[in-house]
Design a protein around this ligand. Structure first.
Ligand code: TXA
Ligand code: MG
Length: 356
């Protein structure tokens, strides 16, 4: 039935402030029985299946249209569950758990043979995370199994930050969608490889490089994340090689002095308008006034990159609903959570970055 995309999807609304255990019990049972359940986490919505059930996990790849060489994150509700999933625990594991779990940090650890190859794409490591969202935590706990869950979007689209995004992409393709409202972080978790002596960030996310270094000392950043050109380095995290987070419109990202960027964007916007090309400017609170008379949207204040992070994917999805052809996007400073915001924007642009 999944192949046809005509499954009857059960959409369940759950209030984060008063968790209805009956509804969660039902969703947990669907997971235990090999079904697919989309659920909110604090980062983005996830599409879950029993991580120990190969057939169930195959359903995730089908529903999302996800390439099979892109491994999944296994979600747990208790850090003790890590022992069953891993073959050895690097020394820093406990320290990281103590400081960042539950929360938006995914650890890449040597895997146990009990995890099906389909989850890890045959790698000898497994990515594990304990989400802090109460619905996610209770669902996984009630299911009593580790839950493999990528972001609950069609492959290549921006990750979902509310249930309607999930419904747009996956209605008719999954068994249950839990509507638990809007998420908090709005970007995915940080993926940290701790299999080598110096931990390496493979994907920037909800926990920042600076926060990790405060706890661990030196933490490296995967070289491919520092280049705004694709293909310079071989990605260590398989997911990094695919075009991601992309709305239908083409994105051009502009980097450099804010005033020069605004001038260049305005110039291109007017040229596009002259040629009948419908553009929108993705600006910030500090710069939005430059674009008088143009279609411009602010991501938020440059002083509050966490707010920009929480709104970015929703804004990109809203552009999909309009017939916009080109998004002319400003850059923000790439520290703190701004590093993750810029990573998503660079990828969404397909590495189409203009340096001014
Ligand atoms: O915030 C999140 O992490 C969300 C929520 C649902 O938890 N999940 C998520 O999953 O973003 P997904 O599948 O969209 O991204 C998982 C990332 C991919 O870039 C994948 O390549 C990487 O984690 N990954 C998974 N297992 C890995 C491994 N063993 N080694 C290296 N990278 C791995
Ligand atoms: Mg994803």
């Amino acid at each position: 039935m999944l192949e046809n995309g005509n499954l009857k999807t059960n959409i369940i609304k759950i209030n984060i402030h008063c968790l209805e255990t009956d509804k969660l019990k039902y969703a947990a049972e669907v997971l235990r029985n090999g079904g697919l359940v989309a659920f909110p986490t604090e980062t983005v919505y996830g599409l879950g299946a029993n991580a120990l059930d190969e057939t169930a996990v195959a359903g995730i790849f089908r529903a999302k249209g996800r390439p099979s060489d892109n491994p999944l994150i296994v979600h747990v509700s208790d850090s003790k569950d890590l022992d069953k999933l891993t073959s050895s625990k690097p020394e820093v594991t406990e320290l990281l758990i103590k400081n960042f779990w539950p929360g938006p940090l995914t650890l890449v650890i040597p895997r146990s043979p009990t995890i099906p190859d389909i989850v890890t794409a045959g790698l000898d490591s497994v990515a594990v995370r304990m989400p802090s969202h109460p619905i996610a935590r209770l669902l996984i706990k009630k299911a009593g199994i580790p839950v493999a869950a990528p972001s609950a979007n069609s492959s290549g689209k921006p990750s979902p930050t509310c249930a309607s995004h999930v419904i747009d992409d996956l209605d008719g393709k999954v068994d249950v969608i839990i509507d638990g409202g809007s998420v908090e972080v709005g970007l995915e978790s940080t993926v940290l490889d701790i299999t080598a002596p110096i931990p390496v960030i493979l994907r920037p996310g909800g926990v920042t490089h600076e926060q990790l270094e405060t706890v661990l000392g030196r933490v490296d950043i995967c070289p491919s994340l520092k280049d705004s050109e694709a293909g310079v380095h071989i990605p260590k995290s398989p997911g990094m090689k695919y075009r991601h987070y992309a709305p239908k419109a083409r994105i051009v990202l502009f980097e450099g002095n804010a005033e020069k960027v605004s001038n260049e964007i305005s110039k291109i916007y007017r040229q596009n308008a002259h040629n009948g090309i419908k553009s929108v400017v993705l600006a910030t609170d500090e710069t939005i006034n430059y674009y008088d008379g143009m279609d411009a949207v602010t991501m938020g204040s440059r002083k509050k990159p966490d707010i920009i992070a929480s709104r970015l994917f929703n804004i990109l999805r809203e552009f999909d609903a309009q017939d916009i052809q080109v998004i002319l996007a400003e850059s923000i400073e790439d520290h703190g959570i701004g590093f993750a915001v810029m990573n998503r924007l660079v990828k969404a642009s397909g590495y189409n970055v203009v340096k001014i």
